[in-house]
Design a protein around this ligand. Structure first.
Ligand SMILES: O=C(O)CCC(=O)C(=O)O
Length: 211
């Protein structure tokens, strides 16, 4: 589908995907203004089969938006799962449950929706933004991201810029969680790259009413 060049090896495809421990392994970086980021490289093991599923025909859509008075394609494909829509691989459902349990104290509510973004190659990207549609425009919340496929850096900077950005390299099976005031007081981006990179899928879990 979509002409995505991806050649999994037979070896990778027979490996069963599993989720690692979260307790004691997640590393927190405190940012300014009550924002923080948690990072756990390699949370999902054997994730090749999940990438294959996600690169299949799961209903990816291109979005268009107005720019300089004309409509242009948003440079990535999107797929949104509401609370009651089954996810395309059972490990993703387990991941959402495990994250809900791990962050229960801090979040006080479950992760419910699942947004997915497909970056087909290095030309796909997302510009600086915070997830501020809905409650996250005024309340602290958590957005958890599990990354599959080619590594791409997630950049973070305080809203409005002004200081150097932080870089979290997101590889195959890595977890990153943005928390506290991060969506309001910081911005994040996945920049384009001229390097030859394969597809990457970002799977984002959010509480209800946050996007
Ligand atoms: O690709 C990512 O992991 C980040 C996605 C993102 O920033 C968003 O969809 O809000």
């Amino acid at each position: 589908m979509h002409g995505i060049a991806h050649q999994p090896s037979m070896f990778d495809l027979v490996e069963e995907p599993t989720l690692g421990q979260l307790d004691g392994r997640v590393q927190r970086t405190e940012l300014t203004r009550g924002a923080w980021v948690d990072h756990l490289p390699g949370w999902v093991d054997g994730s090749e089969v999940i990438l294959e599923t996600l690169l299949g025909d799961i209903g990816w859509r291109a979005e268009r938006r107005e720019m300089y008075e004309r409509e242009v394609d948003v440079p990535r494909l999107l797929r949104w799962y509401d609370a009651d829509e089954p996810l395309p691989h059972p490990l993703l459902t387990s991941a959402r449950e495990r994250l809900t349990a791990y962050y229960a104290q801090e979040l006080g509510e479950p992760f419910v929706t699942t947004g997915m973004c497909l970056y087909r190659d290095g030309r796909d990207s997302v510009a600086w933004h915070g997830d501020t549609t809905g409650r996250s425009s005024s309340q602290d919340t958590l957005v958890a991201i599990v990354s599959f496929g080619s590594p791409r850096p997630l950049l973070l900077r305080p809203r409005g810029g002004g200081s150097d950005s932080l870089k979290f390299p997101l590889g195959h099976g890595d977890l990153v969680v943005m928390g506290g005031s991060c969506q309001r007081t910081w911005e994040h981006a996945i920049p384009k790259t001229a390097k030859k990179v394969g597809p990457r899928v970002s799977v984002q879990f959010r509480p209800v009413g946050v996007s």
